[in-house]
Design a protein around this ligand. Sequence first.
Ligand code: ATP
Length: 764
Amino acid sequence: MAGVKKKIAVMTSGGDSPGMNAVVRSVVRMAIYMGCDAFCVYEGYQGLVTGDIRKTEWNDVRGYLSEGGTLIGTARCMEFYERPGRRLAAKNMILNGIDALAICGGDGSLTGADKFRSEWPSLVDELVSMGELKEEQVAPYRHLNIVGLVGSIDNDLSGTDNTIGAASALSRICEMVDYIEATASSHQRAFVIEVMGRHCGYLALMAGVATGADFIFIPEKPRGDNWQQDMTKIVKKHRDLGKRKTIVIIAEGAKDINGNKISSQMVVDLLKDPNGLKLDTRATILGHVQRGGPAVAEDRILATLQGVEAVKTLLEATPESETCFIAITENKIVRKPLMAAVEATQQVAKAIEAQDFTKAMALRDTEFAEMYNCYNLTTTVGQTDSVKLPANKRMRIGFINVGAPAGGMNAAIRAGVAYCLNRGHEPLGIYNGFAGYVRHHDDKPFGAVRQFNWVDVDDWGRKGGSEIGTNRELPEESGMDLVANYIKQDRFDALFLVGGFEAFHAIAQLRKAREQYPELQIPFVLLPATISNNVPGSEYSLGSDTCLNELVEFCDKIKQSASATRRRVFVIETQGGRSGYIATLASLGVGASAVYIPEEGISLSMIVSDIAHLKEVFRNDKGQSRAGRLILVNEKADKLLSAKLIADLIRHEAEERFEARDSIPGHVQQGGVPSPLDRHRAVRLAIRCMEHLEQFGPASTIKNDPMTAAVIGIQGAAVVFTPMETLEADHTDWKNRRPKAAHWRELKDISDILGGRPVYEKPH
Ligand code: ATP
């Protein structure tokens, strides 16, 4: 096959999921970029069997990113379960010259894919022996390369942390629960909300963590025989604490420990029980709204990056290589053997069937079990003494937000408070950052430090901004002697900081000041929270996902407005400080024609090249460009060349063949309600931070332990704590307030490739 142009086909199969269109766009464009021909198979395996395989060009997938469902169709195909159906599929593939196939679907679709590939040589032989095809026709197609992408809203495939569509489904669920909470609270009602997940409780669990639901039911961890009493006890306890509403989330496949189905109605009846809780209770079955609608930023980006990786996998595959699927572990996209994952997935269903729930939990990824513990920890506050530490191990922990507000800050504080209360620690809020701490410490009646009360913080998970207030001022500006003095006066044993680069800088200052102020010899830990995602030590900051969703939504609307008018280029200015992270990731999520970032700077030759490209695009336009073009510019990409100036230059050069406008979403980017990802990661990472602080104990001697001033972060496939000492010295670009190495830099190249941007000379 050397020298022959490969023909790569992509199809979507099984239940549709948001993000499938992003997969199609990404595979088609990456295949074309790599010099291959791209094809789409319509209606899943049905299209293979009927031969509905169409050559697809670059512009055919324009606008795909913002569409829900799958534009190339999906179907359940009975013929493909049988060998004759697969033989027909093989024939159609060969007749169309397809030699590689990317399939996006659930475990059923991927099982079919693996079977197809393993049978391929014999199917081809059969086609020849039956006289359907000639030897010379099949000769170039003796081997078939297949790669799987997991499209499933349930996140039910083992071996990957996330599947394409799950984030969007979760987002929709959380949005609905948030809406329902408002009416539930008004009427003091209880709601039972049923979500999808026959064998997988991912959506119910994550929604439970993100919304702080009172009780959840998931198939992998069924409730015991006396679940009725357990639920009644917890709900009653929450009501006694003063909660006005009760939310129960139930996966459709919920069962009790004996394998008996637990239905929504059973839960409703229990909550209503005139001899029990007597709650005014309603049930809401969310159904297909969970599947519908456009994909959230996370799904678009995941699908796009996995599509690129899928094409690379297909091009690198040999006849000997195992069939792979594209997975993600924490933040890293990886290839994994397909069948092992499918088998592990099927084992979960079997384990649930056999009531071996320990095995079912173990077969899910490690995050699943951790999230389950997080859920328990944050909903059973103060209900058990068994996890409390002995009195001499309990600590007074100060919670402080530093920097600009970011989605998930409150969820992190809430989770940290819940952890402390369960363990017997004393959590105290320091209001309005270091500035508030020193200036209002002795104010009457409240002061700057306040004991947290669980009922007050319980609904903080879904709140944007910062409930305890945040401020950018650094401890040295506030007065280090005052800070040290107050820390001593308040008898803090540890500080939990949630914030962005200023919070990072604050810990650096506190750590250095320890020599002078022995009262600062307490552990500090930082959970990064900033939309800019520019904190050294982590590839992810709370708030960045919420910001990306806001930006993507904004850009979708702008694009739509352009479609109603004339040919238009929008130049959109993004926030992000001197980090081009959100501009780049948003450009991947919306399919921008170009993105300008501070790490690279802007030169006139770049602009000239991009304008030339736009002119060509509009010249060759056959009507598709009505949807408009987007260029994203980070606010600090260049001192002079602003979004407005760039738009003016484009308009000047366009000579009225097309329009250019600038647009600044501004503080909208800090987000309203935090995204589920920011919320559940906030819970998980905050609890890890508390465990980290706890290991040092009260009034400990910490002088030589670098881990007492640390940053928690997601790095590649792991969650790690890195000492500030290391980060400050080796990994921080202090001048530009960002990490020295940007883990996402290669994503910019992918954005350029898929946006069709011409190669340009990089300024720096
Ligand atoms: P979902 O998670 O939404 O259920 P899925 O991919 O698991 O998605 P299925 O209905 O199981 O959905 O499979 C989709 C299609 O894949 C089937 O209609 C069939 O054409 C093919 N398929 C599934 N399992 C097999 C198999 N074991 N052998 C051959 N083909 C299969």
